[in-house]
Design a binder for this molecule. Sequence first.
Ligand code: CP
Length: 301
Amino acid sequence: MQHFLDITQLSTDEVFHLLKRAAFFKHATYPLQYRMEYAKFSTINLFYEHSTRTRLSFELAAKKLGMSVLQFDLDQSSLSKGETIEDTMNTLVAMGVDVFVIRHRDDYLPQHLASLCEHAHVINAGDGQHAHPSQALLDLMTILEHKNDLGALKITIVGDVKHSRVANSLQQLFALMGVGELVFVAPDIWWPCDIQFGKATTSLQEGLSKADVVICLRVQKERLTNADHLDLDDYCSHFQVTNACLKQWAKKDAIVMHPGPINRGVEIDDALADGAQSCILQQVHNGVFMRMAIFESLLHA
Ligand code: CP
């Protein structure tokens, strides 16, 4: 694999391999020699959108492998002098950077930049509303740490599915890996544009009923008040996932996930986010190891 851009590029075998390698990095101690083999590689995070989890876990993953990590501060870069992103990237390729981890507000921008690369590698760290493939993989890793039969699971995704790159990548990954049932819960104006797998409902009760895994998505508050004319209180009363409604409708051993950042008291209540069924920080933890596996699959060190 030269680039890591989208779930659609992966086979089931490749997903299982990434899961296996992420588990290896999480649980095994690996020799110093391993880190020395990666010392010849460098990476840079080109983040044109804000991020905490993705940016820092790719950085930590690279450092754990022993790679050099270059810092790129957008405000201090020559972007402010009018340099294009293509010229920035070609400049960094000329310096010998091996892996570009790219987040951008435009759909398919990482794909475009990857098409310009002859030897360097591009990782999609989230492009517009299109895809967030590393998030989907770390979410699957987290689910499999709690549930072993994907074919028997009901997974429910609640929130602004239409504008969510995480939901798009999860839909593709769950279809590929044979998840039993996938349900999207949202106001109908936020239903996915393209449902290839799963179904959508406006009923939180229907979505949560007997669910094994509940994934809450961040509500982008500006959408509630502007483009989509939804009322925040109305949204919360119909779609907020609370500890009480999880206990009432979902399976007793259901797990609750959120890619972050969380809007507490909007899409999820504090009791659930911080409760025993929450796997939110486990997702963050697993992100480091899944991203190590992604680097490894590109570099074959
Ligand atoms: N989940 C996720 O992409 O979070 P960040 O925006 O903080 O990277």
